[in-house]
Design a protein around this ligand. Sequence first.
Ligand SMILES: Nc1ncnc2c1ncn2[C@@H]1O[C@H](COP(=O)(O)OP(=O)(O)OP(=O)(O)O)[C@@H](O)[C@H]1O
Ligand SMILES: [Mg+2]
Length: 264
Amino acid sequence: MLELKNICKTFNPGTINAKTALNELNLTLADGDFVTVIGGNGAGKSTMLNAIAGVFPVDEGSIVIDGQNVTRLSEHRRAALLGRVFQDPMMGTAPTMMIEENLALAARRGQKRGLKWGITPLERADYRELLRTLDLGLEDRLTSKVGLLSGGQRQALTLLMAALKQPKLLLLDEHTAALDPKTAAKVLELSEQIVQENHLTTLMITHNMKDAIAHGNRLIMMDAGRVVVDIAGEEKKKLTVPDLLALFSRASGSSEANDKLLLS
Ligand SMILES: Nc1ncnc2c1ncn2[C@@H]1O[C@H](COP(=O)(O)OP(=O)(O)OP(=O)(O)O)[C@@H](O)[C@H]1O
Ligand SMILES: [Mg+2]
């Protein structure tokens, strides 16, 4: 479903601020893979997701999504293939628009028909059912402005919207990091539910190693712009947090794993 081949990306090349964020990065995901991504600050995790989404062109390498080479495709053109949820709950939704308008926009992504003709009763009933699956009471607030929702409610809605058009890939970048622990757990549980129900191929960045172990069928660790650990299946199920710390120290040649991997 995804193939990253020898991806290199250096920001501000040739200047004193030059920073190689991705360094011959290789990663292949099978259809339905749910991969958790961990690594220290600056390891290149967000840059990898941004490269996949086409936020900037990469310097070298190729990106193939579901058999389509998208390396030179604009961010806009790739958007139809992807669902994204960011750390900031303010980013994924339009705050001055109603819940149902946000859903309708997500549903009409890539279509000519905008919101001009309004939302049909059938669509409205669909959205109500979808929102009911979140179990947050949002099904009774279709016409509430999204800006009035809590951070957790917004992230849950953003997840729904990201999954609505059956994206080839779902990209989650620390999407629960800004939420209180209880809400974070709830949103994570919803993520799991949405990924499973829609059979979505998913990359989920987290700084929480317990979450990285508990979710997904595969775990990768990044360091210095490449994948340094890749564990799947039964082996992943047996992982513990101390195992991960030891792996990180070995892979990055650093004894400061505890500092760099921000435990929670
Ligand atoms: N737009 C940019 N311009 C310049 N440098 C950048 C840019 N984006 C990222 N970088 C640099 O690239 C490196 C990798 O950053 P990235 O955001 O991918 O790290 P990360 O693994 O997501 O870290 P964190 O866990 O802190 O979110 C860092 O050194 C960062 O400063
Ligand atoms: Mg990041």
